[in-house]
Write a protein that binds this ligand. Structure first.
Ligand SMILES: [Fe+2]
Ligand SMILES: [Fe+2]
Length: 223
């Protein structure tokens, strides 16, 4: 597989990744997972690896500015970044901005370009433990009135089940076979509610024991 341009990678590591420092659900664990998925798709579909890497790296960078519209803020960060002009044409930068703007999983209409489909699909957590940790962060922040694990779990579970589309699956725009396989396994496990609950419970307990829950409440800033 083609390698990402060394200088571009270094620039992003030093200047964009620090933007994720104060995030948990959208911190570097998430960003690295999305990069990994995106690079897999870039290889599968023979995409431009520099574009794929950059899109994945910038896709949530605007969260600190405006959470609700973070896809547009992230797109602005990319398009206003003069350094990227060394590596990409204006046309490529526009494609990348559109892809980032269209990345959200709650989106009902197809992204405007294929990079957008890839980043949206790469942004999914088809791993219940990772999903549980990210969602617990969100419910702890957004619903401070909720006290018990059971209430948190019910809220998380309902939200994810709401992502199942009319054909009964968690939507994937690319329908990439590797992601489809992961999705189907995830879905089978997830729809076994007792099984899913057990994993959420483990992650809840781990987050208490290893201090993550405390950091979520007192340090991290994302939702
Ligand atoms: Fe996002
Ligand atoms: Fe994301």
């Amino acid at each position: 597989m083609k390698r990402v341009n060394k200088d571009l990678k270094k620039y992003i590591e030093e200047n964009i990744f620090p933007k994720y420092d104060k995030f948990y659900a959208h911190g570097m664990i998430h960003i690295n997972n999305v990069i990994e998925n995106m690079m897999m798709l870039a290889e599968y579909y023979d995409l431009n690896v520099d574009m794929a890497y950059t899109i994945a790296s910038y896709h949530d960078s605007g969260l600190g500015i405006d959470r609700e519209n973070h896809e547009y803020e992230s797109g602005k960060i990319l398009i206003n970044d003069k350094e990227l002009k060394k590596y990409f044409s204006d046309e490529q930068l526009d494609i990348m901005r559109e892809a980032i703007e269209d990345h959200r999983g709650s989106r009902k209409t197809r992204p405007r370009n294929f990079y957008g489909e890839c980043i949206s699909d790469s942004d999914r957590d088809f791993d219940i433990s990772i999903l549980a940790r990210r969602q617990i962060n969100t419910t702890l922040k957004c619903y401070p009135e909720i006290r018990t694990f059971d209430e948190h779990f019910e809220r998380c579970y309902k939200y994810i089940c709401g992502r199942i589309n009319s054909s009964g699956v968690f939507n994937l725009w690319t329908n990439n076979p590797i992601l489809v396989e992961r999705r189907d396994k995830f879905q089978e496990d997830y729809l076994n509610k007792e099984y899913a609950r057990e994993i959420y419970k483990n992650e809840w307990n781990n987050a208490i024991m290893d201090g993550t829950m405390d950091k979520i409440l007192n340090y991290y800033e994302d939702y």
